[in-house]
Write a protein that binds this ligand. Structure first.
Ligand SMILES: Cc1cc2nc3c(=O)[nH]c(=O)nc-3n(C[C@H](O)[C@H](O)[C@H](O)COP(=O)(O)OP(=O)(O)OC[C@H]3O[C@@H](n4cnc5c(N)ncnc54)[C@H](O)[C@@H]3O)c2cc1C
Length: 476
């Protein structure tokens, strides 16, 4: 019976395992073994319950527009557990010169599509507002080479837009910097819009009109999550997998191509497999593939990662009443704080806190502040509480606190990322029965990781003649 090894038990590896399990249950002659170095499965998806509050240690939701995570949830019986963010209350603030300023209505990512709210917003200087007006006449521009998000945004709207919006938004998603991240990899849609329409404002408006014309249904919520938190997805996946095939506390030390397959060594044991799915962060994949292909290992090692810290603080109803409405705030770099963003969880997903509780979740770290990872939990809490006091005047003693550190967990798609993926794909194809999955390649969000794991499973099944090639898309 053909055997497949999966390395990494985060959502990417578990999605690959689920796709193989489905195939196995449908009668395909295939076995799989998943190796996870830590004692638990799920990777950065961790949910804790503290005093009737639901505390997310890693991701708290996923973007609804990308369907793969919600589709998987439906397959594993969680269709009725999916919930949307409380969008009628959606409001995000940007810390501007020490004060919270609400993001004007009509901003799509950083592209203004409504004139009046932007004109009257104190978020931007007159100079930037004039750039926004002039942007409407931006000629089509097809950049010959990749560039940073900052370069593109600055070309359209000037440096203030990079500081106030592009940079804080990207540090929220990638823990990264607009001056480093590749526009083609991170904002491919913007690069296409610029090439076709010139003005991003006009392009965005055209896209919105088209969508409004096509669908008469109300817009879906921006974010989707699960009633019991993201851990629910992990638990449901595990209940569908073969428990004997899941090896926790089993760090893989080496993988060596042998006899048309792979010898995988974990601890004192080595085993032979017909195919291999590596679903670890790209850095770990690089170390594992060192002996198999030095060039491939080098390319994978060039995909940088940043670290992050999430801090959750629980408060009573007095604090809940005193906090601003809305989902939370972002902190531009120019404000010189260590906090990158904060979410008012009780507003974003109300049932995650009883009515007499408030939950504030803060983010720190990112590529500019790796040092925070070396601070103790107490030190981190002191920083967070002092900044919350300065920003929103929050001095109350929290009822509980939780600090989670995630070292090298967020991939940074720097300029040239797509070209690197092509080189990785060419090298991968030379190795028999190897597939790569995870957040280092074609998307960092949970839905992208689900898709990458599912596609990796298809890729190895196709290589073994158990699935038709038509079902496998290109790229690692
Ligand atoms: C704090 C934080 C907040 C986030 N928020 C969101 C969000 O709100 N929405 C969203 O969509 N995305 C979010 N993301 C991104 C998203 O959660 C991740 O990109 C995704 O979950 C990564 O899944 P993964 O399986 O690829 O990697 P991981 O979860 O990192 O799992 C990889 C696994 O591989 C294991 N491993 C590594 N090396 C070895 C080895 N040699 N042998 C065996 N096992 C090994 C690791 O122990 C780990 O369990 C967030 C990420 C973080 C860190």
């Amino acid at each position: 019976m053909p055997r497949i090894a999966i390395i990494g038990g985060g959502i990417s590896g578990l999605s690959a395992a689920f796709a193989l399990e489905e195939k196995r249950r449908a009668g395909a002659p295939v076995e799989y073994v998943l190796f996870e170095s830590s004692p638990r499965l799920g990777g950065v998806l961790v949910t804790d319950r503290v005093e009737d509050c639901l505390v997310e240690a890693g991701p708290d939701s996923f973007i609804t527009e990308k369907p793969w995570a919600a589709d998987l949830c439906r397959k594993i019986g969680l269709g009725d557990q999916l919930i949307g963010s409380n969008d009628p209350e959606r409001k995000t603030y940007i810390l501007t010169k020490g004060k919270l300023v609400v993001m004007p209505d009509g901003l799509m990512f950083m592209v203004p599509t409504k004139i009046l709210p932007t004109v009257f917003s104190p978020l931007f200087s007159l100079r930037t507002k004039m750039r926004m007006a002039a942007e409407w006449f931006h000629p089509p521009h097809k950049a010959s080479a990749d560039e940073t998000v900052a370069e593109m945004v600055e070309r359209h709207y000037g440096p203030e837009m990079v500081d106030r919006l592009a940079d804080p938004l990207l540090s929220g998603v990638y823990g990264g910097e607009a001056s480093q991240l590749s526009v083609r990899a991170v904002l491919a849609r913007f690069a296409e819009m610029e090439a076709k329409h010139g003005s991003l404002g006009r392009a965005m408006l055209a896209a919105r009109k088209k969508m409004a014309g096509a669908a008469s249904r109300p817009a879906p919520p921006l974010f989707t999550s699960l009633k019991e938190g993201m851990q629910q997805m992990v638990d449901a996946l595990l209940s569908h997998l073969d428990a004997d095939a899941l090896h926790t506390s089993s760090p893989v030390q080496s993988v060596i191509p042998q006899d048309g397959g792979w010898t995988v060594s974990a601890g004192y044991e080595s085993d032979h497999f017909d195919a291999l799915i590596i679903a670890t962060p790209a850095l770990a994949a690089s170390t594992l593939l060192q002996l198999a292909d030095e060039k491939l290992a080098r390319e994978l090692g060039e995909i940088r990662y940043s670290s992050s810290v999430t801090v959750t603080l629980g408060y009573d109803e007095t604090v809940r009443r005193s906090l601003p409405p809305g989902f939370g705030f972002l902190v531009p770099r120019s404000e010189r704080r260590r906090m990158l963003a904060a979410t008012f969880v009780h507003n974003k997903f109300p049932h995650r806190a009883p009515e007499n509780r408030a939950i504030v979740r803060c983010f720190l770290g990112g590529s500019r502040d790796e040092e925070i990872l070396d601070r103790s939990e107490d030190q981190i809490l002191r920083i967070v509480r002092s900044e919350l006091q300065q920003i929103i005047g929050l001095t109350a003693e929290p009822l509980f606190t939780r600090v989670y550190k995630w070292r090298a967990a967020m991939a940074q798609y720097r300029v040239g990322h797509l070209e690197r993926l092509q080189r990785i794909e060419a090298l991968r194809q030379k190795l028999p029965g190897l597939a790569l999955a995870g957040n280092g390649f074609n998307g960092i969000g949970v839905p992208d990781c689900v898709r990458s794991g599912t596609e990796a499973a298809s890729r190895v099944l196709t290589a073994m003649g158990l699935e038709s090639a038509a079902s496998v898309p290109a790229q690692p």
